[in-house]
Structure formats: structure tokens, C-alpha cells
Design a protein around this ligand. Sequence first.
Ligand SMILES: [Zn+2]
Length: 426
Amino acid sequence: RVTGFPSGAKTIEWAVSEFRATGIADVELQQFDQNEGASIWLPLSWEVRLLGDPAFGEESTDVVLESAMPLSAGDLSGSSLTAPLVYVGTATSTELARIDVRGKVAIQKAIPQGHTVFMRSPVGPRAQDLLDRGAVAVLTIIDLPGNMRARDIGCGGGTCFNIGGRDGRFIESVMDAASAAGTTADIRVEMRLESERFSGLSAANGVAIIPGTSRSDEYIVLNAHADAWFDGAGDNGDGLAVLIALARHFATLGMRQERSIVFVASAGHHSSGLSGPGNFVAMNPEIAEGAVLVVNLEHTAQRNIAPARSLHEDGYREWTMDSHEAPIVAGITNLAPYLEGLVERGIERYGTNFVSGPNTMASGEGGTYRRLGVPVFTTMQGPPMYHTTGEVLEMVSTPGMERMARFMAFFVKEVSGASVAQLNPR
Ligand SMILES: [Zn+2]
């Protein structure tokens, strides 16, 4: 569901039809164009292949690493590269000083603990360090259960691919076996990639408005981004589902609130130059002017994966899917005591899995809404399958979505009756 492409457009159209089905009269599909000069890089086809070699035995054959995921074009676009592998794992720069990576493809390892996103800061710079030391490319093993493709953790535009947990385990065992056998031949890898930059695209937000009963020129904006990498069940299918549920709830007879409620199925923030929130704010000056609070429903109810405690016979890690949802960070940009108190009350009532103390986090969509100068309340998860092909429907906790929808319905009703001074104390 990449914004700017047919799958992204279809998702917004779906959200708009869901808004209409609630009976809300004021529903719009608001189209906009990609910013001048902006472009989206997308890989189109690629392959990472370990090359068989008689030096490893007569039956040695090529093995394609199906989980390989390119992160940038590097020097590879439209061409291929063959080089020997060198394993660096989680080496520090002191250790790297003793490993010669020049002219080789370096394999590093990332072991996500809780959030894949937390691996960006140690792993991305190490990839760049490896390229600076002369590596021709970097393969990063994302040591997750399964064999997921992961579209996260870049290497500053160099030639690099992520490799899934099971393929990573395979590379390690092949290299270990070769070294145990005293093989002096290099294990070589061949990589190819075709990619393209896309510009001149267009996208849309789906917007529905339920007018307030008394203060209709004051708006509570509820936002969920509809775009995603891969299936995106948790980022952000669950958030979008909660948004639709809230639209249904507030569209029911007798549920109109004092203030107007705006539902935004946003084009999102993953496609460069096609910002959903940015264009929503620019295209709806009345709402931007009259907004009193923004709720950003982002990653609301993904289940968790318990850390591996045992190994399969072949050395592969076992894993367990939690029945409960992963920890959720909840940020309120202005730390208003009234809103913090509401969150506390909501957690007591509905059991949402918020684990954070008071903080001003508004990443993802939330950041762009800061420009309105009103409190932005963001829910955010980044569980293990974040930005991977493992983020499928089964990863979403249905009770978790229900808890979040009930929590948010309560939160919005309370906010609708609160004074501006309570929401945004100066
Ligand atoms: Zn997201």
C-alpha cells in the first residue's frame, strides 16, 4: 500500500467508502500532487545469491537468499556485483580494525530487542563504517524469527541488503562449516538490483467530518495513516481499523459531540513528497484554524513475539507469539495535566497497553501535526515485525484493537467537553 501507487489509492478509496457507509454526510477524497523535486526510490527486482563452488564439495550449488531486501541503490542499480563474504557480526570499531573488509561484502548482525526500530542507531552507522573501510556492500542479518524481509535500517545510500533470520542462520552455518573444514576458498556472493525513482505522483487523503452540536467550528482531528510497507497489518492497518470503528461509533444516533470530529485516513508519511498530514493541514485551513487536538492512531494493537528460549535441531531459534499486544508508547506533545489524567483514567477503564510515562513523542504522522500548535496525542508501537513481511493480519490483536477503540471513544468524548485551557494550558 505504497502512497502514490494504485494499492495506496485503493486503500484510501476503501476508507472513504467505509466513512460513507456510517451515514456521515460530509465525506471527501482530497487529492494532491507530489511535491516538486521529490521522488520515491523503490527496488523493482533483485537477487542475492551465494555461489556454489567445487572447493566446498562436488555437490555445492548456488543458494538464493529469498529474504534479501535492498535498502538503497548504492552502486548496484541496473548492474550486478560478485565479491567474497566477510563476517563481522556485531563487531565494534576496535574489532573491525582487525578485520579486512576491503573489496568484500561484509555481513553484520542485528538482534532486535523489542523494537526493530531501536536497531537503527547502532546498525546503520556500522554499515556506513564498513563501507568507509572499503567493503563493497553490506548484508545485515535481521535476527528475527522466521525469514522476513525487513525494510528498515538503511546504510546511508550505500549498497546494502537486509537478510532474514533463517537465511542469516544459513549463511553463518555455511561460513562456520567452511572454516571448520579448513577451506581456504572464499564464499562468494552475487548481487543484482534494479530500482527506480518515481516522481510526479499523486495521492489522496480520505476525510470525514461529523459536525459538533454546539462548538462546530472547533475540531478534534483523528488521524490514521493508510499507507504501508508490505501487508502493514500493524503499521498501520490496526490504526486505520480503529479510526473506522470510531467513525461508526460517533456517527450513531445520539453520539454527536459538542465539537466537530474529523476523521482522516491519511496518505501517510512513507512516500517522499506526498505527506498525508501536511496536505490535509494545507487543504483544510478552517479545520487547521479551529483544531483543538489531534489524535494520531499509529500502530495500535500488534501482538508481541516472546524472545526465543530454545533452538530447533538445525540451530534455528524457536519463537512464540504473545496473545497480548505489544507495548504501546503514548505521547502528548504539550504534556497537559488534564490530558495526562485522561490517559490514566482511560488505561484504568479499558486496559490499553500503554507503557510510557509522560512524554512528548509525536513521531510518524504526529510530527507534521505539531505545526497546528495544539496538543497531538500519538499512539505508537514498533514491535519485532515492524516494517517486515511478517507484519500480517495474524500479528494484530483483535481484543487490543477493541481496547484501543473504546479508550479513544472515551478520550474523544471527554476532550469534546473540555475547555481549551484544559487542553492547551499556556
Ligand atoms: Zn506508521
